[in-house]
Design a protein around this ligand. Structure first.
Ligand code: RB5
Length: 156
């Protein structure tokens, strides 16, 4: 059950971060801001992705939302933290599948790619679906073993 959500953005995502934060706060979620709020273009997305991702990984946050121009830099950075499954999503179907098959714990947006209303739909699909487990858990366990360097020949 996701209740506490971290949200982080670089300079490209200030307006989208604010819109999503307001949207989720109004629904009773606790939103913690890891992003920038001033339009100074010398911020670096890994510096925002990293602390949020660590806090998802250690359980301080139930999930995270990261926003940069494309969502790509944020997702690349977040996925370097152990335990993170960060996905860049730009339409609702993938948002749903990212939850039910991949149990993604961080959603990434491109602020230059998706509009506010589509982003809200994506967030809804990610939050309101449940991970199916079973064979999908087995596959996630394989991803974890790749991360841990223990993905053996028995998987091939
Ligand atoms: C910043 O211009 C841009 O590179 C960044 O927001 C992001 O899109 C990187 O992946």
């Amino acid at each position: 059950m996701i209740k506490t959500i971290g949200i982080g953005n670089d300079h490209t995502g200030i307006a989208l971060k604010q819109a999503i934060s307001d949207y989720l706060s109004q629904q009773g979620y606790t939103i913690i801001n890891y992003g920038v709020d001033q339009l100074v273009k010398d911020d670096n997305y890994p510096e925002i992705a990293y602390p949020l991702s660590v806090d998802v990984s250690n359980g301080k946050l139930d999930g995270g939302i990261l926003i940069c121009g494309t969502g790509i830099g944020m997702s690349l950075s977040a996925n370097k933290v152990k335990g993170i499954r960060a996905v860049v999503v730009s339409e609702p179907y993938s948002a749903k599948m990212a939850r039910i098959h991949n149990n993604a714990n961080i959603l990434c947006f491109g602020a230059r790619v998706v509009g506010v209303e589509v982003a809200k739909m994506i967030v809804d699909h990610w939050l309101h679906h449940e991970f199916e487990g079973g064979r999908h858990q087995k596959r996630i366990d394989m991803i974890t073993s790749i991360e841990q360097g223990s993905f053996g020949s028995n998987h091939h």
